[in-house]
Design a protein around this ligand. Sequence first.
Ligand code: ADP
Length: 499
Amino acid sequence: MAMQQTIEAYRHPFTTGTEVKRMLINGEWVRAASGKSFESRNPATGDLLANVAEGDKEDIDRAVNAARAAFEGPWSKCKPYERQALLLKIAELVEKHYEELSLLDTLDMGAPVARTRGTKQRVIGMLRWYAGMATSIHGETINNSLPGDIFSYTLKEPIGVVGAIIPWNGPLGACIWKIGPALATGCTVVLKPAEEAPLTPLRLGEILMDAGVPPGVVNIVPGYGETAGAALAEHPGVDKVAFTGSHFTGQSIVRASAGNLKRVSLELGGKSPDIVFADADLETAVPGAGMAVFANSGQICSAGTRLFVERKVYDEFTTRVADFGKSLKVGNGLDPDTQIGPLVSEQQYERVTGYLSTGRQEGARPLTGGEALTEGAFGKGYFIPPTVFADVQDTMRIAQEEIFGPVISAIPFTDIEEVITRGNATTFGLGSGVWTRDVSKAHRLAKGLRAGSVWINCYQAMDPAVPFGGYKMSGYGRESGIQQMEEYLNVKAVWIKTA
Ligand code: ADP
């Protein structure tokens, strides 16, 4: 009880005060041109955290102009070594303020502190990896076959002004996944945080300024998707949009990009198959397959939500995953013991509870969960317990559509070729998982699954050096890895007649 009171009364330094949180344009903290603001609330309690300046077209315009001027100004003369030093300085400051940033992520979007603190090594590692990349970008000399002495080589050049549009499901990491490669390659950025979770991006903006990011190189304009986001996606002064979010929004971004044919990279949704064979080490597969969906309350685009289980262990395995789900502590993310926090918003809550009813109507059988939690303190937030639906058919909506909640659709299978076909029978192709002790099966699945990542005997492993992205309607382009650097670079061929 004492802990509960402390948690409920907790005020984060960034959320105290009544001043509207301003946006970052050209190194200055400014109000929205319209004077408008919007509320950011804690999804665990409904409490108001802060009012935030609501950017729209005019603010995006100012920010893009600042980013363009910075791109053409002194920033373009910055040496790779200087950009590396800047990224290392940012890494140092983010590390210093990590506790504060992780608590802010928890307050604004609900993820448990156990999770937001747990990402520390990965997030700092990303910044340090991007720092390394800053001094590793190079073109090539190419032996051409032309007669005479004509020498050819390539230059890799920053693409220019990047419009970064990010989701709310991991705000700090999402910012760094876009700002990091931009700074490494010498681009400038206008970042539009998700309206559900704008606070960590703004606090990060302060840290970037303290680290010495020059004015205009990183601009942060919070606002709604249909206004600020759409204005950024269609802006003729933006050279590339780096987007993470739903495939519907991804499609409108592609349409909006047509005006100036800007480069687009899209990391979208998924309905990823996670495939468990009877020969797997079930001791690790149970929590592995469970957390492949329950982590972050299922609000991860590559969550392994279609759980295919070999028929001979189907009943045993699904029961064990359901028991595992039941054992997880659901609650306010500020409680260090919480493993599953609330969903981010009312909209998300309506969507997920809608799918829980759909699943039951379609004839799926909840082994655990299946109803929102509404008793006591749960009633103030958007809490859905880990849910496992058994008896799911491939054609059911809960097996086809992205739910973005802690909901597993468990489906039996009998044969390896059959499960490859059924696993691939989705419009998406982001993640996939395989649990087996048989290396031949593992390899067959690694080749057969049409997805950007295949995790074998693990799920959701991520590293800044390893590319991540989608096949099919999960998008195109890659984040992390040298492949991501290419997304932020243009290649120029240079020819010199030397004789
Ligand atoms: P989700 O459904 O997970 O919230 P969205 O795709 O709606 O995913 O949102 C991801 C990001 O895209 C957010 O920053 C949101 O504001 C932005 N966004 C939403 N609609 C548009 C749009 N039409 N154009 C550009 N950005 C948008």
